[in-house]
Design a protein around this ligand. Structure first.
Ligand SMILES: Cc1ncc(COP(=O)(O)O)c(C=O)c1O
Length: 397
């Protein structure tokens, strides 16, 4: 048997390997404090579950349109228009089985072999994987430590652009750093995209996971809706990671291609879950509010406990459920110069499980600072306190 040669270019989410190690540690009778995966241990609100049951009982168990059911498409367009100030219609929305499928379909629809694509690194690893798997050239851009959070250097991004650069991936409210573009950064990104005629994937998976202030989108800026494809997902804002439901929003011409890809890939997204999603968008919103409140309490304690550890520097992002503390001094003090060794020792000695910078793209030349990623979406406040107390004690011993 000979597997396809292009598979050598296919990446993965190596964070899943960290989960497997944590599960093994647990099986051996140890306690694990799971900060490694961006999954949630919060239940989907009951009204969404009930509406989905009802749809199943009502016979919504066959195929549905490849674009998704019209009512849900309409509601997603309205939801985006409310928060983004855009004027999308049902024609601009294709329902997807999750947020993630928008990524591969974006490249299938917009990228030719040999095109260069700017993408964030550290960043969600699926961009790099899909760009390379589909024959593009991945051009990483990075984040820098700023006053209150990580920041982009727009001039640095612009210097990477050549006549072959066609696309840019923007994951504002970012995984893994928690970075959020300022209005000035968004303006500069919009300006750069227009001047260099770049089409944009706006990954907005965390748009509604927000504790203070208001989320902003690149697609809201003048002239940008026609050059942006939005990744929208029900996974995080309604704690529906395992349900697999999301949407792609953008110019009709692109959405029609995306819907054709839907036919080829999965025919349609799960039919009855779309009725649960209608309830999510139109029904009682207290469940969604409760999710954000729960996450906020976790963020506050995690940030303050991490910053109390000698040698750790951690921002307090207003959105997402990720923290990306700088641990350069800490690792040096404890005699670690290898991320993997540090991570495994922490799990072994304290049960605290986390990802490192290495799980979010290939490190860039000249990178000197060391970072780890803490996700607090899958761990309760009491366990955060217990785990980080052990972690601190070990690190300061
Ligand atoms: C930045 C980013 N984009 C997309 C996704 C995929 O979301 P979904 O689970 O809805 O497919 C994730 C999931 O963690 C993510 O972090």
């Amino acid at each position: 048997m000979e597997l396809a040669k292009r598979l050598s270019k296919l990446g993965t989410e190596t964070a899943f390997a960290v989960s497997a190690e944590a599960a093994k540690h647990l099986e051996q009778g140890n306690t694990v404090y799971p900060f490694h995966l961006g999954d949630m241990n919060i239940k989907t609100p009951d009204n969404i579950i009930e509406a989905t049951y009802k749809a199943m009982r009502d016979g919504k168990t066959g195929y549905c349109p490849n674009y998704g059911i019209p009512k849900l498409r309409q509601l997603v367009a309205e939801d985006i228009n409310r928060s983004h100030g855009t004027d999308y219609t049902i024609d601009n929305v294709a329902i997807q089985p999750g947020g993630k499928p928008t990524i591969s379909k974006f490249f299938m629809a917009m990228m030719n072999a040999g095109d260069e694509v700017l993408y964030p690194n550290p960043g969600y690893p699926i961009y790099e994987s899909q760009i390379e798997f589909q024959g593009g050239l991945a051009l990483p851009y990075t984040y820098h430590e700023g006053k209150d959070n990580f920041e982009l250097d727009i001039d640095e991004i612009e210097k990477k652009i050549t006549e072959r650069t066609k696309l840019i991936v923007v994951n504002d409210l970012q995984n893994p750093t928690g970075a959020e573009a300022s209005p000035q950064e968004l303006e500069a990104l919009a300006d750069l995209s227009k001047r260099h005629d770049l089409f944009v994937l706006c990954d907005e998976a965390y748009f509604d996971i927000r504790y203070e202030g208001k989320s902003r989108s690149l697609a809201s800026l003048p002239g940008m809706a026609e050059r942006c494809l939005l990744l929208y997902t029900f996974s995080k804002k309604f704690a529906m990671t395992g349900w697999r439901l999301g949407a792609t929003i953008g110019p009709k011409e692109v959405i029609d291609v995306i819907a054709k890809l839907n036919v080829n890939d999965e025919s349609c997204s799960n039919h009855f879950i779309q009725y649960g999603a209608i309830e999510a968008l139109t029904g009682d919103q207290s469940g969604a509010r409760e999710i954000v409140n729960t996450l906020q309490a976790r963020r506050d304690i995690t940030v303050s406990m991490l910053n109390s550890i000698d040698g750790v520097r951690c921002y307090k992002p207003n959105a997402t459920f990720y923290l990306f503390p700088n641990v350069t001094d800490l690792m040096k003090r404890k005699g670690f110069d290898d991320y993997g060794q540090f991570r495994k020792a922490a799990l072994r000695e304290t049960g605290v499980s986390f990802c490192t910078r290495l799980h979010f793209g290939r490190p860039l030349p000249g990178e000197s600072q060391l970072y780890i990623r803490f996700a607090y979406s899958g761990i309760d406040v009491d366990d955060i306190k217990e785990g980080l107390t052990r972690f601190k004690k070990w690190l300061e011993s």
